[in-house]
Design a protein around this ligand. Structure first.
Ligand code: PRT
Length: 120
C-alpha cells in the first residue's frame, strides 16, 4: 500500500507526518527507506497498515516467521519455473518480511549491511 493510501485509510495519520516511503527514493537508498518505513509502522501502528498488523498479530512473532517461510517457498518455486518476473517479486516479498523480522528483533538494516560487507 502506498503511504498516501495508508494515510487515507488512517485519519490519525496527519499530513505532516510523512512516512519515508512517500518521498522519491534513489535505488541505492531503497532498503534504508523501506526499513525506516517499517520502523515507523512499528512505532505508530497505524490502522490499515499491513506492516503494523505483523507487529500486532495474535500469532505474535510466528506471523512474520510463517510469511518468511511462505515467501521463501514461493521464491524457490519461481526459480524452478524460470519465471524471472515472479522470482523478482517473491524475492522482494521475502526481503521485506526479513526486514520486518529485523525490526521485531530490534536489529537494523545497518546490521545486515555490516555483516555482508565484512564477508568481502
Ligand atoms: N514492501 C512491502 C511489501 N512487500 C510485500 N508486502 C505485503 O506482504 C503480503 C504478502 O502476502 P502474500 O504474498 O501471501 O500475498 P497476499 O496478497 O497476502 O495473498 P495470497 O498470495 O496469500 O493470496 C501482501 O499483503 C503484500 O502487500 C508488503 N507490504 C508493504 N511493503 C512496504 O511497506 C510500506 C508500508 O506498507 P503498510 O504497512 O501496508 O502501510 C509499503 O509502502 C511498502 O513500501
Amino acid at each position: 500500500m502506498s503511504d498516501d493510501a495508508a494515510a487515507d485509510a488512517d485519519p490519525e495519520v496527519p499530513d505532516d507526518d510523512v512516512a519515508p516511503e512517500s518521498a522519491a527514493v534513489a535505488d541505492e537508498e531503497v532498503l534504508d527507506a523501506l526499513f525506516a518505513t517499517i520502523e515507523d509502522r512499528k512505532e505508530r501502528l497505524p490502522e490499515g497498515s499491513y506492516t503494523a498488523s505483523l507487529f500486532t498479530h495474535e500469532k505474535g512473532e510466528n506471523a512474520v516467521l510463517e510469511k518468511i517461510g511462505e515467501e521463501a517457498t514461493e521464491t524457490i518455486l519461481a526459480a524452478k519455473d524460470d519465471d524471472v518476473e515472479e522470482l523478482t517479486a517473491e524475492a522482494a516479498d521475502l526481503v521485506y518480511h526479513l526486514l520486518v523480522l529485523f525490526a521485531r528483533k530490534d536489529l537494523d538494516v545497518a546490521d545486515l549491511r555490516t555483516e555482508l560487507r565484512d564477508r568481502f
